[in-house]
Design a protein around this ligand. Sequence first.
Ligand SMILES: CC(C)(COP(=O)(O)OP(=O)(O)OC[C@H]1O[C@@H](n2cnc3c(N)ncnc32)[C@H](O)[C@@H]1OP(=O)(O)O)[C@@H](O)C(=O)NCCC(=O)NCCS
Length: 207
Amino acid sequence: MTYVSNDHFTGRPVSFVLGQPLVRDELVISQERASDVPARERLLDAAFGPARFAKTCERLRAGRAPANGLALVAHVDGELAGTIRFWHVQAGGVPALLLGPVAVDETQRSLGIGRKLIAEGLFRAVQAGHRAVLLVGDAPYYNRFGFERATTRGLDLPGPVDEARFLGLELSTGVLAEARGLVVASGARLSRRAILPMEAKAMRRAA
Ligand SMILES: CC(C)(COP(=O)(O)OP(=O)(O)OC[C@H]1O[C@@H](n2cnc3c(N)ncnc32)[C@H](O)[C@@H]1OP(=O)(O)O)[C@@H](O)C(=O)NCCC(=O)NCCS
């Protein structure tokens, strides 16, 4: 699979097999566009079901815009195959990002797309000067990127969570060492019109 991770890429990546250009299985990671939203929502519904809006992390995302430049999508041969977004939070007074949801189309899993989406997101987060990332997820998957439980021990989330799954990654060494207390949303608020109907419904339920 050819992997292109550059939004500024203008050419078409081409591999050659026996002298023939091969453009199948092209993976492109880029910033999400408005036109990606319907396919992203279908992918997230399929991956998480209706429970996706009941997650504790959703309280930190609902009604907020994702962090600038950190809503990414993966396309394989032009079809949306994966999504990842990061959100601004204050982690006990320390500015941080919340990673998630990340999901890959069921038919495209175990091909490295999730790993590339996360690696690309973390790379862009570092480039943008972010210093820490939090998430709720399976440690056996996220350990490989350096996420660990130890960095979130002083922090609380605004709802129930399996504590073993509350993980952190310091992009700047020691930045979470003094982080204590509640994680709160700090991203830009979305205008009413920008909120998707299902998200608005979930927010009404949670209120
Ligand atoms: C998790 C997810 C994004 C990974 O995407 P992917 O493109 O399949 O990931 P990669 O190809 O980079 O890695 C696949 C490897 O991770 C492992 N893996 C996937 N999910 C895992 C998990 N929850 N715990 C431990 N390992 C996991 C796979 O078994 C596979 O292992 P292998 O390489 O030894 O075969 C994808 O499985 C998915 O969309 N799952 C449903 C949504 C979800 O659970 N999202 C994460 C929320 S915490």
